[in-house]
Design a protein around this ligand. Sequence first.
Ligand SMILES: [Zn+2]
Length: 317
Amino acid sequence: MMFNRRDPIEDLDFTVQIYESELERIKRNLLNSDIEEGGKLLGNIIQNGNSVSINIESYIDSGPQVDNSAVHLHPDGHYQEAMFRVLERFDDGIDHIGSWHSHHCNGLPQLSTGDINGYAKDVNNYNYRPNIFVAILVTKTSYSAFDYKAFLFFKNVRMYKEVEKEKINVVHGTYPYNEILLSLENISLKHRKLTNPRETIQPKPIREVSGEDVIKEIRIEDNKWLKDHYEFVKSKQDKSSGEIYWEWQESHRGKALHISYKHPLELRKYRKNITLQAIYNGEILHEDTVSLNDERYTKIAPFIDKSKKKLDKRLKN
Ligand SMILES: [Zn+2]
């Protein structure tokens, strides 16, 4: 029985089973890549009373014409659709049940807002059969460490949930038609290499992802976001430290409060915070740091509110 959407989600017990061979395949894939990768998950979802069992058996790779970078991934949808039609000829019990993608290259440990909106749309797509969409997010890949999270999105429900680690079972086994998927995946990768010389398919030890490349991409993202949300934002560079920052003016009780949003120079392990500053009359009135992750934009408005309160206090004295 498929997941019954009338049962409240809190009353259901979700478990995820995933083949060890598929986790190995994902890992192999990521060790050879320093950009976001992903795939369309295949398997089935079975409900038995209150327990819902999500079985991940395999995946369809992102295809020869995937569009991906260190901060984004747009799979080749036509390819994935066609591949699924082929597989259905062999196995009419297989379903598309979600997708996986990686943030191993940018260190973001959570789904981005874009990811969340995308998955909420996917699960509600008319052509998507199951009532649950499972999203696997790989957060870490190296020879010694591999980590991932599993999230569930539901049809017609405005929420998603993370599956607890102890509810994810790695099981032995291989999908019977994996040969088709693996050979096509290799051909996709070869094609990507031929059409984009930057791509590599030879196994090599994971190298440290250049923090500089990632910060460049984040800079583009932040520049767009800030300019969309605050008027007269100017991007500047600190002459002595070289740090990039954005500055704009907030007026409060006829006074000008300058807000600055500063990027770290590099995205190194211990130094990946944004510095927010509120400056009044050339003096720092309030300062805070914000982690460089998907939540960062939500911290700006509360920071401004707090700065305005500090300005009130200052003006009273
Ligand atoms: Zn993402």
